[in-house]
Design a protein around this ligand. Structure first.
Ligand code: GLN
Length: 279
């Protein structure tokens, strides 16, 4: 089959899959640009490429997100590799990067940043790309997630030595103090998880999504244990789920943190809380 026939095949296989997604998958299979597809409609695919492309279209048709098929997702305009142990980075989480930048406008600050539950490393690596003098530690309980994070740091940072990744249950293996502690922890309740959309439930790791029965367990643990790891003027920046502002703010208050900012996401929903230790 040539390119034009292959595109027709994909459209006929499942008319509901989007043409841009088909084009991206075809270009990726051939290791070519989308422009190549337009310019060479009569280019004939090799058998193995055809098979790989058809396999990818079947996955797309079954509901696998494009980012999972590609093993890659753009976040903060950077391409992050994912694997089955990492969350698929969401555009909403970019608001956590923005929240830190609002709080610390000087991009030359030599910050020490700790990222709890780093996953792909998207939050930490994006921040390090904005603060060239900063250094960071990303922790995760999953060794496989840390593999993805290390690959991303190697690919995306000019000096990957500015970052290290540690297998740790939250703070358990962390040493030192930090100017910025960030986390997008699992925050969905067990009930919410049951009714989650298939495109999330079937592909994102449960451990990265569910924060105990009420969704607040990770926040509780982080907020109760953060104090010795924060510099006196340091900030704790947490992504929160829809309608969790109040309950997480209560946890902060109970543990002598003062909330200094709330960052909304693109949909206008409170998405991220910035806090400091009370004096
Ligand atoms: N920090 C990572 C992210 O924002 C992973 C978060 C998680 O697994 N809950 O993508």
């Amino acid at each position: 089959m040539n390119l034009s026939e292959v595109l027709q095949w994909a459209r006929a296989y499942d008319a509901s899959v989007s043409l841009p997604a088909i084009r991206i998958l075809l270009a990726r299979t051939l290791n070519q640009s989308p422009l190549f597809l337009l310019k060479n409609p009569s280019y004939v695919l090799q058998a193995e490429n055809l098979k790989a492309f058809q396999g990818a279209i079947k996955k797309l048709s079954e509901g696998m997100p494009l980012s999972r098929i590609l093993g890659e997702r753009e976040f903060w305009s950077l391409p992050f590799k994912l694997n089955e142990s990492t969350l698929d980075p969401r555009p909403d989480s970019e608001c956590l990067v923005e929240a830190v930048m609002h709080q610390i406008p000087d991009s030359t600050s030599p910050l020490r940043i700790l990222d709890l539950g780093t996953g792909t490393g998207c939050l930490l690596i994006s921040l390090l790309s904005e603060y060239p003098k900063a250094v960071g530690i990303g922790v995760d309980q999953s060794a496989q997630a840390l593999d993805a994070a290390r690959t991303n740091a190697d690919n995306l940072l000019e000096s990957p030595k500015r970052v290290s990744f540690v297998e740790s249950n939250w703070f358990s293996e962390v040493q030192g103090t930090f100017d910025v502690i960030i986390s997008n922890p699992p925050y969905i309740s067990e009930n919410e998880y049951q009714v989650l959309d298939k495109s999330v439930k079937d592909y994102d790791p449960q451990a990265a999504l569910v924060g105990g029965e009420d969704g607040l367990q990770a926040y509780q643990h982080i907020i109760q244990n953060a104090r010795p790891f924060l510099n006196p003027e340091g900030i704790l920046v947490l992504e929160i789920g829809y309608q969790q502002n109040e309950s997480v703010s209560v946890l902060l208050k109970e543990n002598s943190f003062q909330r200094v900012a709330i960052q909304k996401d693109l949909a206008g929903i409170d998405r991220c809380l910035v806090s400091k230790l009370c004096a």
